[in-house]
Ligand binder design. Structure first.
Ligand code: ADP
Ligand code: MG
Length: 601
């Protein structure tokens, strides 16, 4: 039998490799921006058309390429960045796989114009599906200008797999920021379909963050700086009161490269501890420097995950660095009229302490209070009350309120007061046992259905009076909010554009009770809306949902009995009380039988 193994032709091999490196237009943006930085550019322009599906163009003023290098750069494993094996273990340069350009050229139409300062003319190359269509010398400026057109034109399956323009643009935006934040000394520009999304000036990190996220970040962020023989951490974290429910702006950079690390995120979160609510997320931009020989960045093809030798050490070091930064800047502020109880004896064992009004921590639960639930004495007291209740439980239903469980079966809640557990769950006795309600998910459902009703009724909802509040947003967020503006009125919001990225909020729905500042609320609303776009809901549906998510009460909010009862009532009046619009369970029920069983030996 004849031999059957054949080497794949280059263009096919490249297409396969491309699948790993280039997943979407944003990957092209990332790889080419990194190349521009490696080339020493001090100014990088990114021009996008149709979320990168039609065009991704990067113009840099870096060192350029010689005619031979320009041609070579499209070969697989062609790189100027690795000379010796040891280089593999260094991540000082942005990329070192020598695969990006070859991959991109295999799945798009690429046009390159590049010129070194020492050359008179620029090299011009057109390459399509790995095939060089043209190479000549032209007039040109120093630096490199690469256009990637019609990405995946020859891989229809991949092209079909691309998401809608807003979603792809969001990914591009993210990659752009990942790089722009790490290089505040470089000027950047991002254009999409003729709109300038970012114009970033060169400066220090703080100036870059303010440039990107808006002027109000000047007051919102706290510097972090900590150094040991193993690590160095620099950057900024958000003050506790600017924490959001959506995971928005959280950035780790290791040796100037953006990475994702749930593990390190956990360390940061832990450092904030009870300063922020359990389900909220702080802002952070943290630059971590580690000796490159101690990390392995090549473990993941998209290179955003890293392995560390001493992860545990770094974890603790990071936690301490954040705690110190917070301690210096946040605690003194909280002390003014703060209701957060840091352990004054008088109130120590009273978990039901009523708290003084405070804009950010009103009624929220401090760690101390949570700990108090463990207090034996109180538990004992509660239990004896509960026992009494059970024994004297009335057998008639007169005094009970009825709720519909489902169409066929009427479940009955007792008139016994509901009980809140861990500032998060509401426990209520029902005839067959008990139900546990997730207060945040339940409230989300309630607001969502209210919003849907507002949509149906076509009657404008009532607004509450408000002193006009202005908010300034990051560029990309301002653009999203502008799209949403015409739809807000229906839900009782009065928001207007005030030119540029500034908006004025003149009115809010009557029953909207915010647990954060209006600014944080709007920011979360936009994040949620933007995330939801992947679900391809209609704009109105999406806004209805996003408002519900952002305006719902949070875990950690202490509710009084009246509030709990109201929440339960409203939840059971919903058409679908069991699931929140974002897919969280609202109710879990536990049968008495199940409980009885647990007590049997
Ligand atoms: P890598 O970046 O891993 O080396 P790439 O495929 O991204 O691989 O790039 C191949 C080579 O092309 C680079 O090593 C570099 O020499 C050259 N190159 C790519 N982009 C630029 C640029 N914008 N300016 C100068 N040289 C570049
Ligand atoms: Mg590269």
């Amino acid at each position: 039998m004849a031999d059957i193994i054949q080497l794949l032709p280059d263009n096919i091999a490249n297409q396969i490799a491309a699948g790993e490196v280039i997943q979407r237009p944003a990957s092209v943006v990332k790889e080419m921006m990194e190349n521009a930085i490696d080339a020493g550019a001090t100014e990088i322009k990114v021009i996008i058309k149709d979320a990168g599906k039609t065009l991704v163009q990067i113009i840099d003023n870096g060192k350029g390429m010689s005619p031979t290098d320009a041609r070579m750069s499209f070969e697989r494993h062609a790189t100027s960045k690795i000379r010796v094996v040891e280089d593999l273990f260094s991540i000082r340069t942005m990329g070192f796989r020598g695969e990006a350009l070859a991959s991109i050229a295999a799945i798009a139409r690429v046009e390159l114009v590049t010129k070194r300062a020492e050359d008179k003319t620029a090299t011009h190359i057109v390459i399509e599906g790995s095939e060089v269509k043209l190479q000549d010398q032209v007039q040109g400026v120093n630096g490199t200008n690469i256009s990637v057109k019609n990405l995946f034109y020859n891989v229809p399956a991949r092209r079909k797999f691309l998401k809608s323009d807003p979603v792809e643009l969001k990914h591009i935006n993210q990659e752009f920021l990942n790089i722009a934040i790490a290089h505040p000394d470089i000027k950047f520009n991002l254009h999409h379909n003729g709109n300038e999304l970012y114009r970033l000036y060169d400066g220090n990190l703080k100036a870059r963050l303010v440039n990107i996220f808006g002027k109000n970040y000047n007051e919102k962020i706290i510097p972090v700086a900590q150094e040991s023989s193993d690590f160095k951490i620099n950057g900024f974290i958000g003050k506790a009161e600017s924490a959001k429910r959506t995971k928005g702006e959280q950035y780790f950079f290791v040796n100037n490269r953006y990475i994702k690390s749930p593990y390190l995120n956990h360390a940061v979160r832990l450092a904030y501890d009870q300063l922020i609510l359990p389900d909220s997320h702080p802002f952070y931009v943290l630059m971590i420097d580690i000796n490159p020989s101690r990390i392995d960045i090549n473990v993941h093809p998209t290179k955003t995950e890293i392995k560390f030798d001493e992860e545990r050490l770094l974890y603790n070091f990071l936690k301490v660095a954040i705690k110190q930064a917070l301690g210096q800047y946040v605690l003194p502020e909280l002390d003014f009229g703060s209701n957060v109880n840091f352990g004054h004896d008088k109130d120590r064992f009273n978990p039901l302490i009523t708290q003084k009004a405070n804009p950010t921590f009103n009624k929220e639960m401090s760690q101390l209070q949570k700990d108090n639930f463990k207090n034996w004495e109180l538990m004992y007291k509660d239990m004896s009350n509960e026992k009494l209740d059970m024994e004297t439980q009335p057998t008639t239903l007169e005094s009970k309120i009825q709720y519909f469980d489902d169409a066929s079966n009427q479940e009955v809640l007792s008139n016994r007061d509901p009980f809140q557990m861990h500032g998060r769950y509401i426990i209520s006795q029902i005839r067959s046992g008990l139900i546990i309600i997730d207060q945040s998910a339940a409230h989300e459902r309630i607001i969502y259905e209210k919003n849907l009703k507002l949509l149906e009724d076509k009657v404008p909802s009532i607004q509450k009076e408000l002193f006009a509040v202005t908010v300034e947003l990051e560029n990309s967020k301002a653009l999203i909010l502008k799209d949403m503006l015409p739809y807000f009125k229906r839900y009782g919001f009065e928001i207007e554009s005030f030119g540029g990225n500034t908006f004025i909020i003149n009115g809010l729905p009557t029953n909207l009770e915010l647990s954060t500042s209006l600014e944080v609320f709007i920011d979360e609303l936009i994040d949620t809306y933007s995330d939801n776009r992947e679900l391809q809901l209609g704009i109105e549906q999406n806004i209805a949902r996003s408002i519900a998510v952002s305006a719902s009460i949070r875990s950690g909010k202490i509710l009084d009995v009246r509030e709990m009862k109201q929440l339960i009532n409203q939840l059971f009046a919903c058409q679908d009380p069991y699931m929140s619009p974002s897919g969280k369970k609202c109710i879990v029920s536990i049968d008495l039988e199940e409980i009885n069983r647990k007590f049997k030996n």
